[in-house]
Each structure stands twice: as C-alpha cells, then as structure tokens.
Ligand binder design. Sequence first.
Ligand code: UD1
Ligand code: MG
Length: 466
Amino acid sequence: MHQSSQFTSLETDMTPLNIVILAAGKGTRMYSEKPKVLHALAGKPLVQHVLDCAVELKPRQICVVYGHGGEAVPKAMQQYAAKFVIQEPQLGTGHAVQQAMPHFADDSQTMVLYGDVPLIQHSTLHQMQQAGSGLVLLTVNLKNSTGYGRIVRNAQGDVLSIVEEKDATAEQREIQEVNTGILLAPTNKLRGWLAKLQNNNSQGEYYLTDIVSVAVQQGVAVHTVQPAHEWEIHGINSKAQLAVLERTWQLVEAGRLLVHGVTLADPARIDVRGKLSCGRDVEIDVGCIFEGDVTLGNNVRVGAYSVIKNSTIAAGTDIAPYSHIDSSEVGANCHIGPYARLRPGTRLRDEVHIGNFVEVKNSEIAANSKANHLSYIGDSTVGSRVNIGAGTITCNYDGANKHRTIIEDDVFIGSDTQLVAPVTVGKGATIGAGSTITRNTPEGELTLSRSKQVTLAGWKRPIKKK
Ligand code: UD1
Ligand code: MG
C-alpha cells in the first residue's frame, strides 16, 4: 500500500501539466474600459502575476481564456508562450474551461487558475501536485464565507460536492470551508466531466464546480489542499478589493525585507513593484517606491520618497530624499540628492556626488567627481575628480541629433557654463564661470568665453511714462 501510493505520487509528478487561466470576466465593478485582469497589482497586470506563477510550474501548455476588451489581453501578454482562446458568450466557469480543453492532450493533468486571483503562490500549487492522483481542490476555511461555493463533505469527511451560495440551503451556507476555484484534475477525466455539465441552476451557468459530484459518483478520489496564506486566493472584483490586496502584498514584501535585516522606517510605507534585493544594513525611509529589478548594496541608505527603478546602488551610497533613479548604475559611497534625477544610462563610479536639482542622462561619471547643484549632464563622459559648478548644462541636442560632451580628469567647470556638444574639455582644464564653450579646450589651461565686465558711469534706469 505504502509502496503503491509512493508510486502514484511519483507518477503524478511526472505527468505533463496544462494550465488554464480563466480571464473572460468583464469586471463590471471595476468601472473601467480596461479588462479587469489588466489592472495592476504591485506594478504588474493581475493576469501576469498568474502567468508568471504558471510558468514556474513548467507546464506543457498554458491556455488563457479571455473575453472582454477585444484583443487587449492577448496583446498585453504576447511575450508568454501561451494559447489565447476567446470565450464568447460567457456561460460560466465550466464553459470557460471547456474552451481550453481542445488544446490539452489526454496524457496530462489540467490545473485551473484565475486571472483575477493574482497572488497564488508556486508553493501552494506544488502542494496540490503532490496531493495525489484524482481531483485536487484548493479550499480555504473562512470566518465569513459569503459569496463562495461551499465544500460539502459527508460524515467521514470525504468531499461530496461544491454548492454555490445561490443554490445552497441555509444549513450549507453555515459551512466555512469554501471553494477557491483553483483545482487540478486528470485531463481525460476532466474532459468527460465537463461534457456532462448542465446549466439548470439559479444562475443558468455551466458551473465548473459541478464536476466534483460527478467525480465522486465515478469513485474518483477528491483531495483538498489549503493555501499557506489566505491572501493567495483573494480575487479582485473592484478597485477597493484591488487596493486592499495591494496593501496586503506590500506588507508581505516589507515583512520579507525585515526578515533579511533591512531597516524600514515604516513597513506600511514602502512599495515594491518588482524585485528588490538588499545587502546588509540597508535603511529605507518612508514613501519609497522600487520598480523592476533594484539591487541595494550593504549600508545603502534611501531617503524618503525616492523612486528607484531597474538600478543597482553599490555599498555605502547615501540617497537623500526625493531622488529619482531609473536604469542607472551607482557606485559605492556616492551621495545622491536630495532631489536628484538619474535617468537611463547613467553610470556613476565610486564616491560621486550628485546634488539637488541635478539631472544626469546617458552619462558616465568617474570616481570622486561632483555636480552638486542645478545641472544637466546628458550624453557625457566625465573623468575623475571633476568639479562641475552650479548651473552647468551640457547642450547635447542641436534640434536634430544628440552629441557627446567629454570632460577629462581633474577638470574644474565654473558655475553657469554651457558646454555645446560635441566638445571635449582637456585634462586638468579650468572653465571660467558663465562661459559658453563651443570648441575643445586645452589641457591644464583656463578657458573662458564671457565678455569683459564694464561699468557705464551715470547710467539711469528708465522711468515709467505718465
Ligand atoms: C466561483 C466558483 C465558486 C468559488 C468562487 C471563488 C463556480 C461556479 N463558482 O464563483 O465556487 O467559491 O469562484 O472566487 O465556478 N469566468 C470566465 N468565464 C465565465 C465565467 C467566469 O472566464 O463564463 C472567470 C471570471 O472572469 C472569474 C472566474 O472565472 O475570474 C470566476 O467567475 P465568477 O463568475 O466570479 O465566479 P464566482 O461566482 O465568484
Ligand atoms: Mg468571483
């Protein structure tokens, strides 16, 4: 007996897996032109969370059943190797799964997921795969089970059926164990069960849940698995539910960071919309947003209300409040901000200072250089130990094309300088304040382009005419 059950679970593991993601619902209560499953949680469309989780299970085939919003869903998710099947009209969850079945071969298992249940976790689905052959239902016990299908069991505790709220008796409505909708079944059996569905219920729909009693009648074992966290099975029907689940998820992310030793000024005031990796002794102040892939090295400090996207910040760097960093690499022990903006293609080496209202784009700045106030550095290569005075601007754009500015090591650029690219400032050169530099400047020399200061003795300001 023991041996044979071991064999069964091994066999279950080896069986190819299909995943169908139901995403045809209109989402009436979102009050939006956009299909419900394309609304974002943690910066990513709901259905994409489910697709990412599905892909992790290495299925043979993924099939997304979509309905409303024209081709918006297949278009938005075209990077996935999934089949997109339209369900028109939408006659219920059972009917929706039926649309996918022609794409699934009999020698497989089929798992049903939902495009509007975004936070289902790989570990829970893996547990379902381990639960044994037969029909596996993901269920959960809720204090308030209103709205859900109830799991009906016999005295021995075996599952008999699922009854929808609208079709349930008063007694059945007391049941706290509910159907999450997520299930796993042998494909050939599922095909047969679906073919038997009828819509003679209170909603006139083909209920996927009706396959349970059919399976029981056929003597197929029905197993149940419960998710590790209740939030995994929460579905989204309104902006209010979306907002609540977003906060739930952000607290989960914050909790993970805290467990890894990250200091968060307030775990309720951080947003991670992607993957944030942190070294040791990282400190993050309130209101920060991390998007895409962000890596913070040891001892990095991120000041309040900073937004960091697809960037790497090396150890010891201090980012002062209200800084925006996008697709940039920041070296070790740099000082950034407050109010700094690093745009895509910025590469700062170690100990660089970028101060308030300084914008850097597609530029490399070598070690120990500083631009502390009110500057634009675009399409530039800046050497080491360079000081860029307040208000310095690289004029990188001639109205048609972009040109590069090269500032070599040990240069000092006086305040309010315009560097009209393409232009090179030679090593060790000094540029006088207020200059407009249009030609290359020699190494080690002072170059300036401002006109001589004059005083017009006795000059009077104009006076207003009566
Ligand atoms: C369903 C379950 C219920 C379960 C609950 C969990 C059925 C009959 N009932 O009820 O037992 O407790 O989910 O949330 O399955 N969909 C389609 N095409 C359709 C109908 C639905 O793609 O024709 C999709 C919807 O977009 C949605 C999901 O299936 O993502 C669930 O449909 P919904 O009508 O909300 O089912 P519930 O009444 O919530
Ligand atoms: Mg629902």
